[in-house]
Design a protein around this ligand. Structure first.
Ligand code: TYD
Length: 198
């Protein structure tokens, strides 16, 4: 089983991904928890390139190529081998992030995003949890968290509103994506996730 978590920055999806991994391990299942960009040695190096530095460091097109390079490496080295041996894979962000962040929010690159996905990735999760939260709440959480990987947070709150709308639109078009209300405590949100587990 291949599961992914999506949401705007600071939505709490990483916490939920971790909680689900612990929960399934508690049931005796092998779980590989991975994240994007990253999740393999090479992809973690690409992560530092795309998430650090100036907001204008990369054009949307260059960024799209870097995210695909990172995803391809994570897929080859971490995700596929784990699925092949029967493990559950939980990915903190996956291709829906690219569809929204690179596809919709800056230039309209949707056609290129879809073409590259078909050509180089070609694999969807069995189910995706979209942790949905108001950007005003989420952005506050993101800034509190700090750390060096904040290039996308630097695009600002209006950008996060576009990201949220993009995710909701994707969720409306794909049954695979389950919208989870991200308000309330981590426990409350996790109960909603468990409720929607395939
Ligand atoms: P992440 O580490 O999940 O950040 P956070 O924990 O703050 O949610 O993701 C880092 C950033 O990378 C996030 O702002 C979204 C961006 N991103 C893309 O733009 N495209 C992608 O394909 C992926 C996977 C992430």
């Amino acid at each position: 089983m291949f599961l992914s978590f999506e949401g705007i920055d600071g939505s709490g999806k990483s916490t939920q991904a971790r909680r689900l991994a612990e929960h399934l391990r508690g049931q005796g299942r092998e779980v590989v928890l991975t994240r994007e960009p990253g999740g393999s040695e090479g992809a973690e190096e690409i992560r530092a390139l795309v998430l650090r530095g100036d907001p204008g460091r990369w054009s949307p097109e260059t960024e799209l190529l870097l995210f695909n390079a990172a995803r391809r490496d994570n897929l080859e080295r971490t995700i596929r081998p784990a699925l092949d041996r029967g493990a559950v894979v939980i990915c903190d962000r996956y291709a829906d992030s690219t569809r929204v962040y690179q596809g919709l929010t800056r230039h309209d690159l949707t056609a290129k995003v879809d073409a590259l996905h078909d050509l180089m990735i070609g694999r969807e999760p069995d189910a995706t949890f979209l942790i949905d939260l108001d950007p005003a709440v989420a952005l506050g959480r993101g800034i509190e968290r700090g750390g060096p990987d904040l290039r996308f947070e630097a695009f600002g709150e209006d950008f996060q509103h576009r990201v949220r709308a993009g995710f909701l639109d994707l969720a409306a078009r794909h049954d695979r994506i389950r919208r989870i209300d991200g308000t309330g405590t981590a426990d409350a949100v996790f109960a909603r996730v468990l409720d929607r587990l395939p």
